[in-house]
Design a protein around this ligand. Structure first.
Ligand code: ADP
Length: 790
């Protein structure tokens, strides 16, 4: 304890009370505990002047400033203080002045006299209040009874008479005030309260003004119960609490019926989704079935059309030969009519098949570079017989200097054939003409093809519909068969070329169909394209290609495209220059147009193949006139390949690649076999002749070490340089290497004959030393001469 002990009391319970200058100690010797009471425990002063027990077992402690009653409540004590704030005027009690008076009263002495205290009456006046709720503040607004807030009354009666308050979800910041109605000693009012539903812990407070206050923020929706107990200066809690039920309503979207609605919606959505999925599946199945049926129908249609076409061809061909043979005028006329009608029917069937193809596959543009003029001329040419037969002149007026551009050969052909056959179909006399020009529309260059005729013409009204599918002019002579899809298809193909088509026509005077196609169409690079471009950028193939073409744009295009793949590309603008350049430069491949001024491609080919210097050069001919006769003539002239214009650049590259590969392979085969058969490496007879002569000369001079390349060149009437180039091109070897190859092959043949040993063979084939012979032999055949099996 350490403090000075002033008074000691042993009470009726056996507790020892020790009063000090620093509070009172209560010692329980049984339990071996000592409790200290001071200001912290509610005492008015800590200097203890006297301790005395009354007959009720309460212990009174007089201090230097106030009196204190200790009432036992179980293990602990509740304190009741008497000082200047309540009953006492002078509360400076003197030491050791506490004593008993009659009837259980107590005496406490102070400076001016003494107090007589009757513990019985103190007990009777003890406060036993019941708390009441005095005010409710919601969201910082005090709620008045009977007043409307947001259209509703929160408190129909005074709060003190209210047991239940219902608030909305956003009215969740509340303060409730309560009072213990302790008017006598308001500052000795104690409260303990809790809000059940939020927490079960009690909050205790002793407000200075005697009014209690509980504040809650952010109350979530739910039901709460506020319980408040109060106590007076004797710290005895009221027996019953004041209770207030507070209900915070859930927001509309969180109410049970909202949740039910959500659930219903969810169920509905799931149900709908399942139905939709099933519907979709059913529709898909129906579609598939429909497509299958359509497919079947179309396949049947296509098959039957093909049958028609075959049968019609079988009719037309024999009629053609009959027509050529018969002299009988009557017969000729009738057969002519049959042939014409069968021809018309065939065209109709073809049109239907094209249409079908477009429907099923969707038309795709396959652009190829080519000369449009040549192509138009070539297509027109097909109509010559019809023009003669009908006595209708066919003219072409070319106002351009040649248009080299990208277009789809197949579709452009169909556009022209359709327009021209319509022109002939709907014209009785006069002429059909094609005008080709270049025009600038909206700062873009277009090739304009006008197909005009002097036929029946098309009325203004019909002009608006002729490009519609299946549209035919009613009043047209019934004899003209047709399906009304021709012009529709033409319009589609023109559109595919990003072009436009229009018609100008006057009934009875004739029509003019105008087709404009942009000249700058470019093929989007395909995957394959990209690969050869990429490959070419890294490594160009070390070959020389000569392009001979009179049309500048086309020549430049070919030069550019071939230059992406091959190391050296030369060009000439006509046949004669082409031949001269080929003789001079000895290219590996010549790519030449057929129709050129001064010398045609076919003549150029013939000249190159006949000249021993250039006879090994591979020649590829390009032509718009892909007739069989034209081809035959080209091949007769010795062309190695024939390609129709316009063509796909990839096709040309593949063709050239092919020719070069074949040549390489032949050279490889020759150098690794022992055969001296030269037809395998020489394409043309002059080459074969030359090689045979050279081999003959080497054989003849096999043991003549003086036989040099110069002598050999003289013997074959060539310059040393020409011989070198020729042999290099034909065999891939220099003359010296070729001579050695021939000697080694002869050596192998001699060894195989089994008549000679290695050294004999070595000297017979002109090798100066056996070591050198063995080395060269192994390099060529992969084994030593001694290992060579007969
Ligand atoms: P069809 O198979 O009937 O020829 P098209 O689509 O080719 O179908 O033509 C549609 C219609 O346009 C034809 O029926 C014809 O009346 C009219 N037509 C087309 N070209 C000409 C033309 N050059 N002169 C007069 N009428 C034409």
């Amino acid at each position: 304890m350490g403090e000075a002990c002033k008074v000691v009391l042993a009470d009726s319970r056996g507790l020892v009370w020790v009063g000090t200058l620093n509070g009172v100690y209560v010692i329980d010797s049984k339990r071996k505990t000592a409790l200290r009471y001071g200001k912290g425990q509610g005492m008015p002063n800590e200097m203890i002047q006297g301790i005395i027990e009354d007959r009720y077992g309460d212990v009174w402690v007089a201090t230097a400033n106030g009196l204190c009653r200790f009432h036992s409540s179980g293990r602990d004590f509740t304190l009741m203080v008497f000082d200047s704030q309540n009953w006492l005027n002078d509360c400076k009690f003197m030491p050791l002045t506490a004593g008993y008076a009659a009837k259980g009263k107590l005496l406490f002495g102070c400076a001016d006299g003494f107090y007589v205290v009757d513990p019985a009456s103190v007990k009777a006046t003890a406060y036993s209040g019941h708390p009441v709720f005095t005010s409710l503040v919601v969201n910082n607004q005090e709620i008045q009874a009977g007043r409307e807030y947001d259209g509703r009354v929160i408190l129909p009666r005074a709060l003190s008479h209210t047991h239940r308050v219902v608030l909305r979800h956003d009215e969740n910041f509340i303060t409730i005030q309560f009072s213990g109605l302790n008017f006598e000693l308001p500052h000795h009012t104690y409260y303990k309260y809790r809000l059940r539903g939020l927490s079960d812990l009690w909050t205790e407070e002793n407000p200075a003004d005697g009014l209690g206050k509980a504040t809650y923020t952010n109350l979530s929706p739910g039901k709460y119960e506020l319980e408040v107990y109060t106590a007076g200066f004797d710290m005895r809690w009221s027996e019953k609490p004041a209770m207030l039920t507070i209900v915070v309503e859930a927001p509309i979207w969180a109410t049970w019926w909202a949740k039910l609605a959500y659930l219903l919606l969810l169920v509905g959505a799931v149900f709908w989704a399942i139905r939709w999925k099933m519907d979709q599946k059913r529709r898909q199945m129906e579609n598939e079935k429909y497509k299958e049926l359509e497919d079947l129908k179309y396949r049947f249609f296509t098959n039957i059309s093909h049958e028609f076409r075959t049968l019609l061809t079988l009719i037309i061909t024999p009629i053609g030969s009959l027509l050529r043979r018969t002299q009988d005028e009557e017969m000729r006329n009738q057969l002519g009519a049959v042939s014409k009608n069968a021809g018309d029917l065939l065209q109709l069937v073809n049109e239907l098949l094209d249409f079908r193809k477009m429907e099923v596959n969707g038309a795709k543009l396959r652009l190829m570079g080519g000369n449009l003029n040549e192509f138009v001329e070539y297509t027109m040419h097909k109509f010559m017989p019809l023009s003669e037969q009908k006595g209708i002149a066919l003219r072409m007026e070319d106002k351009t200097k040649g248009i080299f551009m990208q277009f789809d050969r197949d579709k452009m052909g169909k556009i022209l054939v359709n327009l021209l056959s319509n022109a002939f179909k709907y014209t009785k006399s006069g002429m059909v003409g094609v005008v080709l020009e270049k025009c600038l529309i909206d700062s873009r260059w277009y090739a304009r093809i006008c197909v005009e005729d002097t036929g029946c013409g098309i009325s203004q009204e019909a002009q608006e519909h002729i490009f519609d599918r299946f549209y035919r002019v009613e009043s047209q002579e019934a004899s003209q068969i047709g399906s009304g899809i021709g012009l529709n298809m033409v319009a589609e193909y023109v559109k595919l070329h990003y072009g436009r088509i229009s018609v100008r026509s006057q009934v009875g005077k004739g029509s003019c169909f105008i087709v404009d196609i942009p000249t700058d169409l470019r093929e989007e690079h395909k995957a394959g394209d990209a690969s050869w471009h990429a490959a070419s950028e890294t490594k160009l193939i070390a070959k020389t290609i000569l392009v001979v073409e009179d049309h500048d744009d086309f020549r430049n295009f070919l030069e550019r495209e071939l230059g992406r793949v091959y190391g050296k590309v030369l060009s000439a603008e006509d046949g004669i220059k082409g031949v001269l350049l080929a003789e001079q430069e000895m290219p590996d491949v010549v790519v030449s147009d057929v129709m050129m001024p001064r010398m045609s491609g076919t003549d150029l080919c013939r000249r190159l193949k006949e000249n021993i210097k250039t006879s090994h050069v591979q020649v590829v001919l390009l032509t718009a006139w892909s007739t069989d006769e034209g081809r035959a003539e080209g091949y007769k002239a010795g062309a190695d390949a024939y390609i129709s214009k316009p063509f796909d650049m990839e096709v040309l590259l593949a063709r050239i690649g092919n020719l070069l590969e074949k040549q390489e392979k032949r050279i490889m085969d020759f150098s690794h076999s022992i055969s001296l058969e030269v037809s395998a490496i020489a394409d043309s007879s002059p080459d074969e002749e030359l090689l045979k002569t050279i081999i003959g000369l080497i054989e003849k001079n096999i043991d003549n070490t003086e036989y040099t390349i110069d002598v050999m060149a003289r013997d074959v009437l060539m310059s040393r340089m020409s011989l070198y180039r020729k042999l290099k091109a034909l065999t891939g070897q220099t003359p010296a290497d070729f001579m050695r190859t021939v000697r080694l092959k002869l050596a192998a043949q001699l060894l195989e004959s089994g008549k000679y040993n290695v050294s004999e063979v070595c000297y017979r084939t002109g090798f100066a030393s056996p070591q050198n012979f063995s080395k060269c032999f192994k390099e060529m055949f992969g084994h030593l001469p001694s290992q060579h099996k007969a």
